[in-house]
Design a protein around this ligand. Sequence first.
Ligand code: ADP
Ligand code: MG
Length: 741
Amino acid sequence: MLNLRYILFWLRQVLFKFNLQLFSHHRTFYYFYRQYGFVMNILDNELTYLPGVGPKRALLFKEELGLSTWKDLLYTFPYRYIDRSKFYNISELNKDLPYIQIKGKFTHFELTSITRNSKKLTGYFGDGTGVVEIVWFQGINWIKDSINKNNEYVLFGKPKAFGNRINIVHPDIEEYEKWQKQLVNNLYPQYSTTEKLKQNFVNSKTIQKLCDTLLKQLKGKIPESLPQWFREKYRLKGIEDTLIQLHFPTDTKELTAAQYRIKFEELFYIQLNLQQIKLNRKQSSVGFIFDKNRDNIVKECFFKKIPFKLTNAQTRVLREIRTDLGSGKQMNRLLQGDVGSGKTLVALLTMLMAVDNGYQACIMAPTEILAQQHYRSVSTFLEGLNVKVNLLTGSVKKKKRTEIHEGLVSGELNILIGTHALIEDNVEFKNLGLVIIDEQHRFGVEQRAKLWEKNDSPPHVLIMTATPIPRTLAMTLYGDLDVSVIDELPPGRTKILTRHFKDKDVLRVFGFIKKQIDLGRQIYVVFPLISESENMDYKDLEDGVEGFSRAFPKPKYQISVVHGRMKPAEKEFAMKMFTDKITQIMIATTVIEVGVDVPNASVMVIESAERFGLSQLHQLRGRVGRGSEQSYCLLMTGDKLSENAYNRIMTMVNSNDGFEIAETDLKLRGPGDLEGKQQSGFAFNLKMANLSQDGQLIQYVKDVASNILGSDPQLIKDENHIMSLNIREMNKGKVDFGLIS
Ligand code: ADP
Ligand code: MG
């Protein structure tokens, strides 16, 4: 049966997009008309139309580097600059030097065969202080024919050790005379290339030449993306000068200024966009008002069912939430709290506020196990109260499913807990007032958007995450959300002791586990599972299970095994055996990473810990230390560790603080890898700014953006017109974020 609300939803989406585009086209057109007559944006030209790039190269650029327009190439910046004013003496060369430059003459060449089909050319290159071997494996004939032993050459490359000699393989090579003429400056840019590009004769130098051609073509035509008053106020270079400096820097000072302008602009526009979205939403979105205590369920649950006192942080956060829910505006709040800080309880009480006001509420969790866990604990707290809760996951049978659907539509069901299954189109609510998303980084924004649409007005939204996000990153990823933080663990928790063991210490570890089991405790053992399809990983797990079964024989010891290849029912059964204390050891892959709560478990053993990221290790460790007993986390690794892996392990050993760990993570890994980035909904592509290093600048541009919006919230002033165009460009083709988060 077609559903009217569904049709209306799409109609609205289509109209919205259509309107937006009409509007933006009109404005863009007007803008270019005003600035340049009837010229379209020249930067959108395809690379094929650049002299020096034919269709074949264009395809290569597209496939290898993802570049398709002039703009893409223009904004492909060198990954470093090398100071070419300096020549090294050949006698100084050693393998630890980076790319260096030497000047001298070739004395003679030697051709040797390596295999039947491949040869090696060695040239002996001297400068009076010494001689170094220069080696080629390709283009040998060309080199031999074109080099003149009487000429001076400049070579540029990386010295390497070959036996006890130093050589340079495939250096850049140039006649000194030409080099002198050509060199306009000393900072020599290096662009990233790929093997395939190099095979097709596109190297760093080729790219630089193309940038040169491009910049000449664009002279005076690059649209400025920041208003002049703004550039003057914040001392930012003009766009053309900036781009020229980035590709052809005159000196370090100019280069730094150019880099600063790009960073500033990138971060500024992200902030401006997020803050404007937040502002618009606050002004326009009507939210359900939860101010009644119709059935007094919150109170009843609170006084009769919750066996402990809330922490100060929980109380504070609940107060913040209550204020939002009574404000008449839609709530969009991010709740951050370390593992075990008691977010679930906050979620429960928040849902009860909705129920008290006659609305339905739901929690969406990323995994089936977690949804079940929430369902169990919520059901326990609500036992005997007049609130109906149900669980909807992918494995719920058709009959039960229909029952749930009916309960939702009739309004009989108050709270629904589930996984992605909640988003399916046939799940309809009578009156959905609140949506809670647990561990939000696992959901894509599109999925979230679907939930928002399950009522005519958008429901209130609470997003919970246990992955602490460094402050700078949070500002950039979630700048449009209000943020609450639970920065306190429930009392009586003892600090988890973390130790590092090598695989050869396994007997000591087994001994320790036995003692803990004798004390009545339970043990988690986690194996990495990098991708579900990697058979290697399952082999590790199987071997591990076998090893443990031998060391911990039945009937004295019982082991549960949980991994992603099991059916949901099997998984649930194994989990239940563990929660019911029938098994003492649970061996699992990372399926248990999120949210599982067994207070009696006191030891977390992480196998191949060097293969996990820091935030994941911290999440896993959070599975223990939930009861009052001393808990332990044992990180098992191979004998040899990379420096980075060693630093990660030591960070875990030395710190229990999720935020501190997150900061270190950001430094060690760089922001590119952090979970949540791609899914934050504001996928941005930072070319210059670095979220782990530019914290100060982020804070600064945040204030700059908020000043501008303070005086011109809709960016309608003429002086801010360029900004409003850019913002629209940024949001082109995106879901209507004003509505959803
Ligand atoms: P999170 O979801 O933030 O990781 P949970 O909500 O699962 O944490 O809470 C962890 C454990 O702490 C649960 O067993 C919960 O019942 C308990 N808990 C929550 N709040 C308190 C409190 N104020 N005092 C004591 N125990 C609490
Ligand atoms: Mg939780």
